[in-house]
Ligand binder design. Structure first.
Ligand code: NDP
Length: 291
């Protein structure tokens, strides 16, 4: 057996087409969705991500407002920018690119974003809705992108055993909640988990969000399982996931590649969130849609 490779680029293109159609509906109703971004610091990875988000927003007809405060900005400086964007009626989604420089209190900044403009779904209000299993127009982009990949490939979810390796607020925790809300039986693993391989090998759906290149091998994978590789690690100038593709591909039923798997979905879901927030806040009569 060899795993079906889940092509995130094709799936992301489908999401982008859906977003473009909803932008057209909003524009026809006289509403142009807007995304505001704050990029602070000189992390080259962050600058590349924000550039690609801005390019895609503009391609889709979403107004993009980029703020680039100096790397030595204070928490108060960044809070001031977030408040500006909160008050700007042309902005529907706000994205604060993480990580912020060490002198800035990231939690305070994320908490200052209006929940109804929280394009990344990281505000405690939206996170709380997700934890309650309540409907919300936004969920964090990377985990919701993973769910789209599972759904669009008809991977069985109800009653499935799902294991998420990683418990960050950005990926692992919301991923586990989304799987739980989709009726999976979920286990979360982390650096203190004993017998990681044994726990992972029980999973019908295994999500690796660790940040350690090639750590998940065939020993962690149940034959036929769906393996979602969230990891993005730069090794000798190339991108590698957390999954050792060479050993896992012959065992798994489905596998997302790196690059070209979860990454493209993350950016597409940010656009989806922005348009969903726009429709919810300003688009009375325009369906909000759901993912
Ligand atoms: P974090 O560093 O915040 O979290 C990593 C998690 O992995 C932690 O919970 C940690 O456990 C766990 N972990 C680390 N080592 C081990 C180990 N040996 N065994 C078991 N668990 C371990 O990372 P993020 O969640 O932010 O990101 C994870 C990966 O996903 C990174 O490679 C990142 O680049 C990538 N990423 C990709 C995105 C995409 O669009 N594709 C978007 C966002 C992130 P503990 O809590 O105990 O420390």
């Amino acid at each position: 057996m060899s795993a079906t490779i889940i092509d995130g680029k094709v799936m992301a293109a489908a999401v982008r087409d859906e977003v473009a159609a909803r932008v057209s509906e909003l524009t026809a109703a006289g509403i142009k969705p807007g995304l505001g971004a704050v990029l602070c610091g000189d992390n080259p990875g962050s600058a590349t991500y924000v550039r690609s988000k801005g390019r895609l927003a503009q391609e889709l007809g979403i107004h993009f407002d980029l703020r680039t405060p100096a790397a030595d900005s204070s928490t108060a400086d960044i809070l001031g920018l977030v408040r500006d964007l909160n008050e700007d009626d042309s902005i529907d989604g706000i994205l604060v690119q993480l990580p912020l420089p060490a002198q800035i209190d990231t939690d305070l900044v994320l908490d200052a974003t209006r929940p109804d403009k929280d394009a990344d779904g990281l505000h405690p209000f939206n996170f709380g809705r997700l934890a309650q299993g309540a409907p919300s127009p936004v969920v964090p982009c990377t985990p919701s992108g993973c769910m789209e990949l599972l759904r669009r490939h008809h991977v069985p979810l109800r009653g499935a055993r799902a294991v998420v390796v990683g418990r960050s607020a950005l990926v692992g925790r919301p991923m586990a909640m989304l799987l739980l809300n989709a009726d999976c039986t979920v286990t979360i693993c982390h650096s203190r988990t004993s017998d990681l391989a044994g726990v992972c090998a029980e999973a019908d759906i295994l999500v690796a969000a660790i940040g350690r290149p090639g750590m998940i091998t065939a020993a962690h994978v149940k034959p036929g399982a769906c393996v979602i590789d969230v990891g993005i690690n730069r090794v000798d100038g190339a991108l590698r996931g957390d999954v050792d593709r060479a050993s896992v591909e012959p065992v798994a039923g489905w596998l997302t590649p790196v690059p070209g798997g979860v990454g493209p979905m993350t950016v597409a879901m940010l656009m989806h969130n922005t348009v969903a927030l726009c429709a919810a806040r300003r688009g009375s009569g325009v369906p909000a849609g759901s993912h």
